[in-house]
Design a protein around this ligand. Structure first.
Ligand SMILES: Cc1cc2nc3c(=O)[nH]c(=O)nc-3n(C[C@H](O)[C@H](O)[C@H](O)COP(=O)(O)O)c2cc1C
Length: 190
């Protein structure tokens, strides 16, 4: 592992104006010294997972791009909404594609999870389903501090896309500090 921790972020929402993206965009400015956070290659163009596609024409280019970025990263942060109490279909489809590659990219990978929602629960329920998928993929998922951004509309400036709420910024800072230590402890365990 290099001195600099190179972390990538994956937004679970494809929506223009996504609240989760606003939270994700704030991460680089909240990261501790020695951690850089960049957005992962997009999964927006992934076809629906179908083993026949994989077997006939191989893995689509955007899938291998995301997989390569995950393998190269010291850690991955998911920032995602909850859809129907679970993982948004697009994000789940992306995880499903990437998980079928040899040298499975999530194996041993340090993971942190954040969720945001307009409602009072902050998308908490998606986090447990995402953790469950990460267990199957043998990732190393940070337990605490958890980041649930509830009533997110009141914590951002929708015009500028800035995450303005100081309490939220602080808890995210704490999680990123914990994640940096977690990566140093568990990175490379795959
Ligand atoms: C298909 C769908 C299912 C949703 N299910 C939930 C849900 O289970 N819990 C919740 O808090 N919000 C739910 N919502 C509302 C989302 O939290 C809200 O649309 C949010 O803004 C989506 O995140 P984004 O702003 O990053 O796109 C759902 C929205 C959609 C489109």
């Amino acid at each position: 592992m290099a001195d600099q921790l190179n972390v990538i972020s994956i937004c679970g929402s494809l929506r223009r104006g996504s609240f989760n993206r606003m939270v994700m965009n704030a991460l680089p400015s909240l990261a501790p010294a020695g951690m850089s956070i960049k957005e992962a290659p997009s999964f927006a163009e992934f076809p629906l997972y179908n083993a026949d596609v994989q077997n006939s024409s191989g893995f689509p280019g955007p899938v291998t791009m995301l997989a390569d970025a995950i393998r190269a990263a010291d850690g991955v942060i998911f920032v995602t909404p909850e859809y129907n109490f679970s993982i948004p279909g697009g994000l789940k489809n992306a995880i499903d594609w990437v998980s079928r590659l040899q040298n499975q990219p999530f194996a041993g990978k340090p993971i942190a999870i954040q969720s945001a929602a307009p409602g009072p629960v902050g998308g908490a329920r998606v986090q447990y389903d995402l953790r469950k998928s990460m267990v199957f993929l043998d990732a190393r998922t940070l337990n605490k501090p958890e980041v649930f951004v509830a009533t997110v509309g009141s914590r951002v400036d929708e015009k500028t896309g800035q995450l303005t709420d100081e309490t939220t910024r602080n808890i995210i800072k704490q999680q990123l500090e914990a994640f940096a230590k977690f990566i140093v402890r568990h990175g490379g365990e795959g």
